[in-house]
Write a protein that binds this ligand. Structure first.
Ligand code: ADP
Ligand code: MG
Length: 321
């Protein structure tokens, strides 16, 4: 079992940012209102995620680290259907097979602490804890030297973590999320459900008027969110975030549709800051074969692109831009 977990870990856990993503998604799924993420040395030394969610019952705790034992979603097609980010029940078994993991959790009563290292149960015992879960991952990839060799610089690995956390925060404005690296706080959102506030915390663009609200829909799609004024551009596409039914996705055509909404108002090589929430029937979503790939195809994609481009174009012309 340790070996198969290590193999599947290779698919699910590519880098420290993958661990952060899986742990934070679990915290979100647990109904947390507040999630604190602490990272040392870009996550290669330590990643800790503290939440105030449901916690795990003591008698379920070891099971949560067994492969496929618990997945909240059975079928890939359900991915965009349900209100849960979890998938396949592979994250905890994978992570604990390639790192040292300690979890302290409580559903409200007496808590439990479990320690698993390299896929081996070291200990499980009662522990004092408030309701919620505190999971600490140390020495990631310590027993997978080949994977360690592929790690980029600490700066690159950290920027991937920041990217993932930003996107999870943008998708969940109602959750207060903080990210601290080597004792320095990099992000803290207010958790008041205000997407504009989250955009402000992340991109420093909270001053009124710098982000324009977008709202458009037709029979199949609903598009809402914020886009920046044309003069507030960045030199990278990565400031455009698209969320499909609450999940972060990558889709080249839809990013292009955002850019097209600006037309000639955008200089070549410049991109807007944009966060768009797309709501649609999950049946219109084609989920990619690979579980961790965020690229998805959408049927009626050009119809959706048209709505996005039009909505942005109209909003900008309303501003007399
Ligand atoms: P999945 O998310 O696909 O179900 P995971 O391996 O990520 O699989 O998690 C296994 C199970 O452990 C989850 O289904 C959930 O029941 C439990 N779990 C993990 N993290 C938390 C958490 N922070 N709070 C509550 N339950 C959790
Ligand atoms: Mg999960």
């Amino acid at each position: 079992a340790v070996l198969s977990n290590q193999i599947s870990a290779g698919e699910v856990i590519e880098r420290p940012a993958s661990v952060v993503k899986e742990l934070v998604e679990n915290a979100i799924d647990a109904g947390s209102h507040e999630i604190d993420i602490l990272v040392d040395e870009a996550g290669l030394k330590m990643i800790e995620v503290i939440d105030d969610g449901s916690g795990i019952e003591g008698n379920q705790l070891e099971l949560a680290f067994h492969r496929h034992a618990t997945s909240k979603i059975g079928d890939r097609k359900d991915l965009f259907k349900v209100n849960s980010l979890g998938f396949r029940g592979e994250a905890l078994p994978s992570i604990s097979s390639i790192a040292d993991v300690e979890m302290v959790t409580s559903t409200g009563g007496e808590g439990q602490a479990i320690h698993i290292s390299g896929g081996k149960l070291i200990s499980q015992k009662p522990a004092e804890a408030r309701r919620g879960t505190d999971v600490t991952v140390k020495d990631l990839f310590y027993n997978v030297p080949a994977r360690l060799k592929y790690m980029k610089s600490l700066n690159t690995e950290l920027s991937k973590i920041v990217d993932i956390v930003n996107r999870l925060a943008l998708g969940h404005p109602q959750i207060q999320i903080s990210l601290t690296h080597n004792n320095r706080e990099l992000l803290r959102t207010a958790g008041r459900g205000d997407l504009r506030q989250v955009i402000g915390s992340i991109y420093g663009m909270n001053k009124a008027g710098k982000m324009l609200s977008i709202d458009a829909s037709d029979a199949d799609f609903k598009v809402s969110g914020y886009v920046s004024l044309p003069e507030l551009t960045r030199a990278s596409r990565s400031y455009m975030t698209i969320l499909l039914n609450g999940r972060y996705i990558k889709n080249y055509e839809l990013s292009k549709a955002i850019i097209e909404g600006y037309g000639s108002k955008l200089m070549v090589g410049r991109y807007p800051v944009a966060v768009l929430n797309l709501q649609m029937d999950p049946l219109l979503v084609d989920v990619n074969v690979h579980p961790t790939k965020q690229e998805v195809r959408i049927s009626k994609e050009s119809q959706l692109s048209g709505i996005i481009t039009e909505a942005i174009r109209n909003r900008l012309s309303q501003q007399n831009l």
